[in-house]
Design a protein. Structure first.
Length: 118
């Protein structure tokens, strides 16, 4: 039973799941819009929103915590300098998931676009 289980496991170990989240978060930060499966988009959304909340604080400790979660200096720099100032007056809900009408060929997974809210 899945009572009180909050996250998807994606049939991966903890390390593999963290690597997936880091990769998707890095792509979203650098490209500002990614296309992935709906389940992955919903799962990485909370990871990315936590990073934006850290970036809104803007102090050195937050930057180091962001680097620990997302070890890519270029992505963290863009997150702190470009993306976080956009959401200064917003309390959460920094991303949106838009479901696409067609399904992926092969496994038939539902696809979605994950992007920043303007």
């Amino acid at each position: 039973m899945r009572h009180r289980v909050k996250k998807k496991k994606f049939d991966r170990t903890k390390e593999q799941r963290l690597a997936l989240y880091r990769s998707l978060a890095r792509s979203l930060i650098l490209e500002e819009r990614i296309e992935t499966t709906t389940e992955r988009a919903k799962a990485v959304r909370s990871f990315v929103e936590r990073l934006v909340t850290l970036a809104k604080k803007g102090d050195l400790a937050s930057r180091r915590r962001a680097l620990a979660l997302l070890p890519d200096k270029e992505a963290v720099r863009k997150l702190f300098d470009d993306i976080a100032p956009r959401f200064e007056d917003r309390n959460g809900g920094y991303t949106r998931v838009i479901k696409l009408p067609f399904r992926r060929k092969g496994d038939g997974a539902e696809m979605a676009i994950l992007e920043w809210v303007e």
